[in-house]
Design a protein around this ligand. Structure first.
Ligand SMILES: Cc1cc2nc3c(=O)[nH]c(=O)nc-3n(C[C@H](O)[C@H](O)[C@H](O)COP(=O)(O)O)c2cc1C
Length: 177
């Protein structure tokens, strides 16, 4: 088969879908899902998301210098998908997600997510039609359910989701209905 270069990135295993929450200078709450996500350092803890430069997430994250990366669960796939289509007003309300104040950054965290990583925008790298935004995690809100009895993070307790296509998501290897 001839390699379909325009769709070839979909032949790589999906990384977890994250929600990125940002806020405008005027205080408009913005949230959208992203499938191009990766953790990228332990010390200091850093995460990166590859996004198009034309979207609000990039504009606001750069302007405010802060964003929150939240890890959604299989219980909220409908809200996650909706967040990708709502592009005005309070986007938490528009997509059915609950905004809760973050500890140390202006953008809000997501109540329904197991993990909320509060990031300072530290760098960006343009990659073709996308730009990788790199955040240093300075604080966050993490659900007790992902810790074991010795207070260590247990990744097997993460109910993270992976994008298959359109509004189809997979969790723990199974399609979510
Ligand atoms: C499951 C899913 C994954 C997505 N992943 C990405 C991504 O990795 N990068 C990107 O730029 N857009 C991605 N999108 C599209 C954005 O979520 C969409 O363009 C959104 O409207 C941007 O919102 P904003 O203008 O509020 O930032 C994805 C959409 C969905 C539904």
């Amino acid at each position: 088969m001839k390699i379909p270069l325009d769709k070839v990135v979909y032949s790589t295993p999906p990384s977890a879908v994250v929600l990125v929450s940002t806020i405008s200078k005027e205080g408009r709450k913005n949230i959208a899902p992203f499938g191009f996500f990766m953790p990228c350092a332990h010390q200091p803890p850093m995460v990166a998301v590859s996004i198009r430069k034309t979207i609000h997430t990039y504009k606001y994250a750069k302007e405010i210098g802060e964003f929150v990366v939240s890890i959604p669960t299989s219980k909220i796939v409908k809200q996650v998908y909706k967040a990708g289509g709502v592009n005005e007003g309070d986007e938490f309300k528009g997509s059915g997600l609950t905004a809760i104040p973050s500890n140390s950054v202006k953008p809000f965290s997501v109540k329904e997510c197991q993990v909320n990583l509060e990031c300072r925008f530290v760098d960006e790298i343009t990659t073709g039609d996308h730009v990788i935004i790199i955040g240093k995690v300075i604080d966050g809100i993490i659900d007790d359910t992902i810790f074991n009895e010795d207070n260590a993070i247990l990744r097997t307790n993460l109910d993270s989701i992976y994008h298959a296509t359109k509004n189809n998501f997979v969790s723990k290897g199974k399609k979510i209905e």
